[in-house]
Design a protein around this ligand. Structure first.
Ligand code: GDP
Ligand code: MG
Length: 440
């Protein structure tokens, strides 16, 4: 799945310093495979990959994320974006009754979803709901909706024998005005495939009723086929949204990615169980997390973070081994690493015994860590690289800039000198590598 593949992607990118066209090519191939396995439509995958690519390169340059982090973060964001970003609410703001027309193929879940939606509106929005069936072709269909109406506490429009769908809807509209319904949900007949007669019939109903919501109901398990169906319905009808059913049967979620992209309409609800409470508002961010297996992905980002730290530490070590060039920026980086490792106190516990004394002499506690960062941030690049140029007037400026006293700036510079000495000592005594390993 996507999570497993992304974990591979992170491993692939671990040794790389930057995202480039070529190293990203391989990583994106994995993402593409994962989306194919999730049954996402090809044109959707193509656009998705292109967007991730552009954004990941820009992202990584802007901040100093590791390549793996940058890519996983962008994939998550783009998954949300492709499903519409924000949650789209059902729109009922019109003179009552607010009419909701249900469209879709046979077996998609229109009738079930009509009942579930009625229940949701009754329970959550305190609406008075009328259920209307225009599915005159299968006698059992009208009975099915009547039964559901009884179960969820909605009213049911009594259809006369021989009435055509257009007559039923006109009569139902009268009826609902008379009985002051807030919402009227109109269930329609589907076909097994796209069919001109069906499209014509539902188009007529749409122009007659002028519904505030025309919802395309689609079965998530249809995967790639859902895309063609969605296209046909979106072309024939002014859809306002989608209900994606049977998401409980398809954990891959491919249809969720394709259907929004193809119709340009938001998924407003998801069917997550056969029972009548099994309809939920659709949240793109939750779906993206589900597709990614978010717990795992957060783990991956942390792992990526750790490997980035490792790299910084190695660079630092190299500098110190050479005995030269240890400057205040490195000092600051050291403090930041301490913070990530759980602060000075946690670090002291893990330090080899002979170093504990030296570190304690520095009198560094966790509060001092952020103080120190603040002071170093107030220095110019030149001052950080060559601390010996920091004389009285510079000290006053730095102190004012970071909101501390000159004495504190002095103290920090003294600590830095001590750290420089300590590093030399560590190098003589077997190396920082040993110390770092002990700390990790
Ligand atoms: P219609 O032909 O579009 O009206 O489809 P139905 O509403 O009759 O549903 C067809 C079948 O799908 C029925 O057996 C429903 O119980 C089932 N179904 C509908 N929505 C869901 C869902 O979200 N989850 C599950 N598991 N089954 C569903
Ligand atoms: Mg039906």
């Amino acid at each position: 799945n996507l999570t497993q593949r992304l974990s591979g992607v992170i491993k692939t990118l671990r040794g790389e310093a930057r995202l480039t066209e070529s190293n990203m090519q391989e990583a994106l191939r994995e993402v593409r495979m994962a989306l194919l396995e999730a049954d996402v439509a090809l044109p959707v995958i193509k656009e998705f990959i292109e967007r991730v690519k552009q954004k990941a390169i820009g992202r990584e340059v802007m901040s100093s994320l590791s390549p793996g982090q940058a890519l996983v973060g962008v994939v998550h964001e783009e998954l949300i974006a492709i499903m519409g970003g924000e949650r789209a609410e059902i729109n009922l703001s019109t003179a009552p009754p607010a009419i909701i027309l249900m469209a879709g193929l046979q077996g998609a879940g229109k009738t079930t979803s009509s009942g579930k939606l009625a229940k949701w509106l009754i329970d959550n929005k305190k609406k008075k709901v009328l259920l209307v069936s225009c599915d005159i072709y299968r006698p059992a269909a009208i009975e099915q909706l009547k039964l559901l109406a009884g179960q969820v506490g909605a009213d049911f429009f009594p259809v006369q024998a021989g009435q055509r769908p257009a007559e039923i809807s006109a009569a139902a509209l009268d009826y609902s005005r008379k009985h002051h319904h807030d919402v009227m949900i109109v269930d329609t007949a589907g076909r097994l495939g796209i069919d001109e007669v069906m499209m014509k019939e539902i188009s007529e109903l749409e122009s007659l009723l002028k519904p505030i919501e025309t919802l395309f109901v689609v079965d998530a398990m249809q995967g790639q086929d859902a895309v063609n169906t969605a296209k046909a319905f979106a072309d024939a009808l002014p859809l306002t949204g989608v209900i994606l059913t049977k998401l409980d049967g398809d954990a891959r979620g491919g249809a969720a990615l394709s259907v929004r992209h193809v119709t340009g309409k938001p998924i407003k609800f998801a069917g997550v169980a056969e029972k009548l409470t099994g309809l939920e508002p659709f949240y793109p961010d939750r779906m993206a997390s589900r597709i990614l297996g978010m717990g795992d992905v957060l783990g991956l980002i942390e792992e990526a973070q750790r490997s980035a730290d490792q790299k910084e530490a190695e660079q630092l070590m190299k500098k110190m081994k050479s005995g030269k060039g240890f400057d205040l920026d490195d000092f600051k980086m050291q403090f930041q690493q301490m913070k990530k490792m759980g602060g000075m106190s946690a670090m002291l516990e893990k330090l080899p015994h002979q170093l504990t004394q030296a570190a304690q002499n520095m009198k560094v506690d966790d509060k001092v860590i952020s103080r120190t960062e603040g002071i170093i941030n107030a220095m110019t690049q030149q001052e950080r690289a060559k601390p010996e140029i920091i004389k009285a007037s510079r000290k006053r400026r730095i102190a004012a800039g970071s909101g501390v006293s000159v004495q504190e700036v002095n103290r920090l510079l003294a600590q830095f000198e001590q750290a420089r000495k300590m590093m030399k000592m560590v190098n003589k005594g077997g190396g920082l590598a040993k110390m770092m390993r002990a700390v990790k």
